[in-house]
Every structure is written in structure tokens, then in C-alpha cells.
Design a protein around this ligand. Structure first.
Ligand code: ADP
Ligand code: ZN
Length: 518
């Protein structure tokens, strides 16, 4: 008796309904079409190939990079009564022969296999005599250098489309910005395939970005009203983790550090205490979170800028898995960006360098943006929102633009007067009429621009100078102590032929607590 996919979903897997796109993907594959599926981890990608494999004659061949994952998948399929097996180097000779016998005997619905095994001449020859339901390529980003987990053995998979033109092929991944997506489709020969992208939106998470000023004070201000719930503070280095965790403890917060430099026993303890809510705050490097299944994390703070939007989204996504309101705060410091750029520039591989810089720039673009944060995040993953989200700092508290034409001219003149030989700190000192020894020694207190910016704070000038850099009026000589220089674009602004505005810097957290505006 032939069932519909929906009936199989209910009968075999015990679920009532398909999630968004699952049915279309399943139906398409059953008809013999290719597909590209982008859904976050936990989104329900597996069913997209498991069901059609059961509805088409022959065996479904699933490529997966990790032996441990194959075993888990196969075990859970067997529990549903699906005839599944894996074929990899963990099997003994006898076990491997048994699997092959079942494969040739048409006794398997699904077989999981590593890419290099599948593409070996020996295995491809076997496939000549076997009906194949479909090919599924899991973790498809491994084929692209743009992804975060490039695996050379995935490259061979590019031949599949040509070798088996009549067998449907589905590629699945949880992570792919535009370049990776294009690269996957191209390399797998899936240009005709339909793309299905869904499940990235986490509407219960409120995104906020603050310019990093006095980060520890900003952190405690954020924590005070939110300390009832548990959360994670991510820092980029182990030293920073230790420092922030120590300072939080001293300030009376229940916090513990977590990073790869701690003994395994201590890490395990911290993790368990956090799961039991015995520790409220984990201060961690990115080492923390993989495989952590805690649904009631209420907030995630990034004390330093993450390297790319993929990491950022994955880390903030650990908040609010229970669907209740949660928050993600990013402290965004210009110093951190230079630091991150520096680390990337050190990398030996020029291709990697280019890719990582591009990704960092996208992250900076997110932090500096003046439009709905969620739109930017979802757009990065290829998903679009019909309207602004109403639950990010920009939506809730739209930026106010202020006219900075006059102050920009002061700042640009000052850069000029100090001979275009100094960095931001010194320029600001001169603008604000500082009595610092260095200023006096250089006789910069005699310049016409000395003290003309007294009425504004140091932070204000910092924001404005960065704004001028980002808008191309000033450049920072990276090779030379970040010395500020005027660009040609500065002239019309200096001559008063052009005006300039800037969003008021966001520094303070709104202390209004978590309420839902959706
Ligand atoms: P992914 O591979 O995208 O990380 P999985 O395929 O492992 O995600 O699915 C994540 C979880 O969601 C699994 O527990 C799976 O059984 C469940 N799931 C998938 N589709 C549905 C559905 N239509 N209804 C209910 N649960 C589902
Ligand atoms: Zn928004």
C-alpha cells in the first residue's frame, strides 16, 4: 500500500505536521528534482532526505563528514524501524561485508558514507548494479573554502551530478552566507536546483549593539536588571575571560570562567553547575556552548566583537531556546576591530585572509548599521523579513541623526594642523585642550585648533573621528601607528560645500526589562 509522505511522517516518525519547506523539499525529491536546503542546526534537515529515500525505489546515499554523527543518525533511524546502516572506517572487515551484502541485496533504505569512500572507484563501481533513490550531501558547506569547515575530500563530490544525471541530489547545510551558498551550488553542479532557506529567525531574541566605552560598567548595567536569569558573556581571549569573570565575582555576581586552557575537570564542573542554574553567569571563549543543551539561557553578551556573523548568530542563538523573551547584547569597540584585523593579517594563507576580512567587515557592517538588526542577520543567511522586526534596538529606539558638519570641520582642521602625523588619541587631546606633557612639548597648545572642541567629550570625538574614517574623509595609516590623514574627500567638507550627519552613539543599555513587542 502506498502512503503519502505526510502519512509516513506520522506513522514512521510520529510527527503531526511538516515544518516550513519540508513538504515541498520532500515532494520535489520524490519527483526527481535537486534541492539545496539551508536551515539552522535543529531545523529538521534530516527528514528532507530520509522521507523521500523511503518513497523512492532504491537506497538513499547520505554523505556525512563525521563518523560519530553517522552512528547517531543510523541508531535513531533504526529505532523508527528504518533499514539504515553506515559504511566507514570504524567497521571491522566482517561488519563492512555485511553492510555491502545488504546494500547489494536491496535491503537498505539509507546508507551513510564518508565522501572519500563514496567517490572511491571501487564503491562507484558497486553503484552501477544498485538502484539509487537519491544522494544527500550533509554539511555541504565543507565543499567550500568560504565555509568555516572546508574539507578537501568533499571536492570529489562535484563529480556526482555528472556521473548520475538522473538521480536527485540534495545538499544541506546550516551555515552559509552568500559566497558559500553560490560556491556550494556551483561545485556540486546544482545551478538548476531550487533553494530552500528557512528557520533562521529567532523572533524572541532581542538584538542590541552598544558602542564599547567602559565595557565593564556597561556589562554590569546590563546585568543588574537581568541577573535573575542565566547567561553567557563571550570574550575573545582567555585572559579577558579570566579578568571579566574575576571582576564580576568581585562585584558580587555569581560568575565562572570557561575556556580551553582550564583543566577538563574544572570545565565539566562549570558546565554542570550552569546547567543546574547553580552558576548564573558563564564568562567564556567560543570554546563554550558546543553541545550545551540549556533552554533557559536568558541573555548572551559579546564583550568583544566576534570574527564573523556566522559565529555571532550561533552564539546568540544559544539564548531563549525555550521561546521566551531573551536578549543578545554586542559591545562594539573600534579597538577590537583593529585587533581582529591584525590577527587576520597574520594568517599565512592569502585566500583565507581575504575571506576572513570580508566576513569581519560584514560583522562590522552589522554593528554600525542603522537599520533593523534582524533584517541584516537574516539577510546574511539569505532569508528575508516582510517588515522590520520590532524587537531590536534600532526598531525599538530608532537612531537620531545629528548634524556634525561643524564638528567635522574642527576635527579635520585639527588633523591637518598637527601635520597629519598623529593618531586619534593625540588629535582628541589637542581638540579638547589637554594639558598633557606630550601636547605641551610639541607646542600643540599653540595651534589654532587647540581647545576648540572642549565642549564635547572624549568619547564623542572618538565616535566622530571613526565616523569620518568610515565615510572616507580620513584614513588611518595602518602600517604607521594609525596616524590620521585627510583624504581628497575631506576638502569639500572643510570648505563648507558639504554637510555631514551622524547617528547619536549608543552607549547605554535601556534598562527597560524584557517585554515583548511582537
Ligand atoms: P538538523 O539536521 O537540521 O540539525 P534534525 O533533522 O536533526 O535537524 O532535526 C532536529 C529535531 O527536530 C529532531 O529531533 C527531529 O526529529 C525534529 N523534527 C524534524 N522535523 C520535524 C517535524 N516536522 N515535526 C516535529 N519534529 C521534527
Ligand atoms: Zn528590528
Amino acid at each position: 500500500m502506498i502512503q503519502t509522505p505526510l502519512e509516513s511522517l506520522k506513522k514512521i516518525f510520529g510527527y503531526d505536521a511538516f515544518r516550513l519547506h519540508q513538504q515541498e523539499i520532500v515532494d520535489g525529491l520524490i519527483r526527481g528534482e535537486d534541492a539545496f536546503v539551508l536551515m539552522p542546526t535543529g531545523g529538521g534537515k534530516s527528514l528532507c532526505y530520509q522521507l523521500p529515500a523511503l518513497h523512492r525505489p532504491g537506497v538513499g546515499i547520505v554523505v556525512s563528514p563525521l563518523i560519530s554523527l553517522m552512528k547517531d543518525q543510523v541508531d535513531s533511524l533504526k529505532a523508527y524501524g528504518v533499514k539504515a546502516a553506515f559504511y566507514n572506517s570504524s567497521l571491522s572487515g566482517t561488519e563492512a561485508r555485511k553492510v555491502l551484502a545488504r546494500l547489494h541485496g536491496g535491503k537498505l533504505d539509507l546508507i551513510y558514507i564518508a565522501p572519500e569512500r563514496l567517490m572511491s572507484r571501487e564503491f562507484l563501481e558497486r553503484l552501477n548494479d544498485i538502484p539509487i533513490a537519491l544522494f544527500a550531501i550533509d554539511e555541504a558547506h565543507c565543499i567550500s573554502q568560504w565555509g568555516h569547515d572546508f574539507r578537501p575530500e568533499y571536492r570529489q563530490l562535484g563529480r556526482l551530478r555528472g556521473l548520475f544525471p538522473e538521480i536527485p541530489l540534495i545538499a544541506l547545510t546550516a551555515t552559509a552566507e552568500a559566497h558559500t551558498r553560490r560556491d556550494i551550488l556551483e561545485r556540486l553542479g546544482l545551478r538548476q536546483a531550487r533553494s530552500y532557506i528557512s528557520g533562521f529567525d529567532r523572533p524572541n531574541i532581542r538584538y542590541t549593539v552598544l558602542e564599547k566605552r567602559k565595557p565593564f560598567a556597561q556589562l554590569t548595567t546590563f546585568l543588574q536588571p537581568r541577573y535573575k536569569g542565566t547567561g553567557i558573556v563571550y570574550c575573545l581571549s582567555r585572559q579577558r575571560v579570566e579578568k571579566v569573570a574575576g571582576a564580576l565575582t568581585e562585584a558580587g555576581f555569581q560568575a565562572a570562567p570557561y575556556h580551553a586552557g582550564l583543566p577538563a575537570g574544572a570545565r565539566k564542573q562549570v558546565q554542570e553547575d550552569f546547567l543546574r542554574d547553580d552558576i548564573r553567569i558563564i564568562v567564556a571563549t567560543v570554546a563554550f556552548g558546543m553541545g550545551i543543551d540549556k533552554s533557559n539561557i536568558r541573555w548572551v553578551v559579546h564583550y568583544d566583537i566576534p570574527k564573523n556573523i556566522e559565529s555571532y548568530y550561533q552564539e546568540t542563538g544559544r539564548a531563549g531556546r525555550d521561546g521566551l523573551p531573551a536578549e543578545a547584547l554586542l559591545l562594539f569597540g573600534y579597538g577590537d576591530i583593529s585587533l581582529a584585523r591584525g590577527l587576520i593579517e597574520n594568517s599565512k594563507n592569502p585566500e583565507r585572509r581575504r575571506i576572513e576580512l570580508h566576513k569581519l567587515n560584514a560583522m562590522v557592517g552589522y554593528a554600525e548599521a542603522l537599520s533593523c538588526r534582524r533584517r541584516i542577520l537574516l539577510g546574511y543567511f539569505g532569508e528575508s523579513l516582510a517588515e522590520d522586526c520590532g524587537n531590536c534596538d534600532i526598531c525599538l529606539n530608532p537612531p537620531r541623526l545629528v548634524d556634525v558638519t561643524e564638528d567635522s570641520r574642527k576635527a579635520l582642521s585639527c588633523v591637518y594642523r598637527v601635520g597629519q602625523r598623529f593618531g586619534m588619541g593625540h588629535v582628541i587631546d589637542v581638540l579638547r585642550g589637554s594639558q598633557k606633557e606630550r601636547v605641551l612639548e610639541l607646542h600643540h597648545d599653540r595651534l589654532s585648533t587647540y581647545g576648540i572642541g572642549r565642549n564635547r567629550s572624549q568619547e564623542y570625538w572618538g565616535s566622530l573621528l571613526h565616523h569620518l574614517v568610515h565615510n572616507g574623509f580620513l584614513e588611518q595609516d595602518v602600517g604607521n601607528y594609525s596616524v590620521l590623514k585627510l583624504t581628497d574627500a575631506a576638502r569639500p567638507l572643510l570648505r563648507g560645500e558639504q554637510t555631514l550627519s551622524m547617528a547619536e552613539p549608543r552607549v547605554k543599555t535601556e534598562t527597560a526589562s524584557l517585554t515583548h513587542r511582537r
